[in-house]
Design a protein around this ligand. Structure first.
Ligand SMILES: Nc1ncnc2c1ncn2[C@@H]1O[C@H](COP(=O)(O)OP(=O)(O)O)[C@@H](O)[C@H]1O
Ligand SMILES: [Mg+2]
Length: 227
């Protein structure tokens, strides 16, 4: 099955008082599993809005998100949630691990939510790549930032999604841990075959990935690497 994600003329505006802001202005993009896409933009340029739209969280005002031949936002909410749970894994700047659950429970959460039996061989493989075997019974609050993000990466991958959506995943890490997370994402991409869609305002990351896009004034400005 073709698992490409296709954005077709996606637009989204926000109103703050009388001020109208077109954050996404007719965006057309195509993402394929197994490739790494870096979306660069300054703060406020719409990166989070774009990622949330790609991930089935933020309904656009107009335009379509297609996957597996379905127009995702035309599906009933229940089906959108089900698609999201199986097809995308989110990774955030502030990790968003659940404080009341230990690392193992956090990682298994998407399986619980989706009613999916965990594939323990797969989980063992990603835990090994991420070197978090010894952290499984720890509470998130006892972990370093780099360890929290590695746990969050495992959680994002547990259901073998076709895409990982990473919203400023290194924005809260020192440069050593930041480089480590980028390298791990690369390894996880190769291991799982997932596509990576990474949003960042860090100029240093612009050279990372197969395709580089810049979001500015609601539009995607540039395409391939080196242009
Ligand atoms: N729910 C919302 N209501 C009103 N304005 C919003 C909302 N979400 C985002 N915005 C505005 O849209 C713009 C883009 O935000 P965002 O997608 O978070 O950008 P980025 O992630 O690139 O920093 C910002 O100006 C922000 O204030
Ligand atoms: Mg953001």
């Amino acid at each position: 099955m073709n698992k490409d994600l296709i954005l077709d003329k996606i637009s989204k505006s926000f109103f703050q008082g009388v001020k109208h802001q077109r954050v996404l202005d007719g965006i057309n993009l195509k993402f394929s599993p197994g490739k790494w896409y870096t979306i660069y933009g300054v703060s406020g340029s719409g990166k989070t809005t774009l990622l949330n739209t790609i991930g089935g969280i933020e309904t656009p005002d107009s335009g379509y998100l297609y996957c597996n031949g379905s127009s995702i936002y035309d599906l009933p909410d229940r089906k959108i949630s089900r698609w999201r749970n199986r097809s995308v894994g989110f990774v955030f700047q502030f990790f968003h691990l659940i404080g009341e659950l230990n690392v193992r429970q956090n990682i298994l959460l998407p399986c619980r939510i989706g009613g999916i039996s965990p594939d323990f061989d797969w989980i063992e493989r990603i835990i090994k790549v991420l070197s978090i075997d010894s952290l499984m019974s720890r509470a998130p609050a006892t972990l370093s930032g780099g360890e929290m993000q590695r746990a969050a990466l495992a959680r994002a991958l547990v259901n073998k999604p076709s895409f990982i959506l990473a919203d400023e995943p290194t924005g809260n890490l020192d440069s050593g841990n930041s480089a480590k997370i980028i390298k791990l994402l690369e390894e996880l991409k190769d291991e799982s075959g997932a596509g990576i869609i990474l949003a960042t305002h860090e100029r240093e990351l612009i050279e990372t990935g197969d395709e580089i896009y810049e979001i500015k004034d609601g539009k995607i400005k540039s395409g391939k690497k080196g242009e």
